[in-house]
Design a protein around this ligand. Structure first.
Ligand code: GTP
Length: 218
């Protein structure tokens, strides 16, 4: 594998046959708890439903982080997400049962108008860049500006530098990223979707969920 410090992704791209939808079909997109009678059996299991978004340039590893979280799997292939993909997972925090609905958005520019439609009602956003790609790091400003334009003020945002296993190819230091996170007022996590210990990946999703719960109580 060559050094791809200035490009967004290793490997070739193919398009993944994922959901391509123009409007938000999430039944709980704008609510923290649903009392809808039709879903009562389902909702009784949970205290909260939160909508999370994974955002960042194509190839930074958004789908890989989600696959690690939900299936504890990793694939070397880069199959670009088409539009958006969706997965759901459960967490228990402080005895509260939370259902996370996680929307994995396409990083490719051509899907921008579709993906921004999903920002509405997001409780949390994970902004992801690739530690081996300065371009994806610079573009965090662009993604953040997009979130500030389309999401609501209380949306909890965290910054993620992914692919920390690629130490020899890394071009963004922890100190540099940490400084950016401080300037932007965001918590910062360095992760690897490839490494088999999913604990850190889980930890990042737990942190954003805790912050949403806290902001919910304010
Ligand atoms: P789009 O769907 O195009 O927006 O890309 P994405 O951000 O979802 O990226 P994806 O998860 O498809 O990963 C892109 C490439 O990076 C794939 O070849 C993955 O195997 C690889 N990759 C993702 N995360 C890691 C990681 O933590 N370490 C390493 N070494 N490779 C990773």
């Amino acid at each position: 594998m060559g050094n791809y410090c200035t490009s967004a992704s290793p490997g070739g791209e193919a398009n993944r046959n994922h959901i391509l939808v123009a409007s938000d079909t999430s039944p709980y997109a704008n609510s923290t708890t649903s009392n809808n009678d039709k879903n009562s059996v389902f909702t009784e299991q949970y205290n909260h439903f939160f909508k999370l978004l994974l955002l960042g340039d194509s190839g930074v590893g958004k789908s890989s982080l989600l696959m690690r979280l939900t299936d504890n799997r990793f694939s070397e292939a880069h199959i670009s997400t088409v539009g958006v993909d969706f997965r759901s997972t459960d967490l228990t925090i402080d005895n509260k049962h939370v259902n996370l609905q996680i929307w994995d958005t396409a990083g490719q520019e051509r899907y921008r108008s579709i993906t921004t439609a999903y920002y509405r009602g997001a409780h949390g956003v994970m902004l992801v860049f690739d530690l081996t790609s300065r371009e994806t790091y610079h573009n965090i400003h662009k993604w953040l500006a997009d979130v500030q334009r389309h999401a609501h003020d209380k949306t909890q945002i965290i910054l993620i530098g992914n692919k920390k296993d690629l130490n020899a190819l890394r071009c963004i230091t922890s100190e540099e990223a940490q400084q950016l996170a401080e300037e932007l007022g965001l918590p910062y996590f360095e992760l690897s979707a490839k490494q088999e210990f999913a604990t850190e990946v889980h930890g990042a999703f737990e942190e954003v969920t805790k912050r949403i719960l806290r902001s919910d109580q304010e």
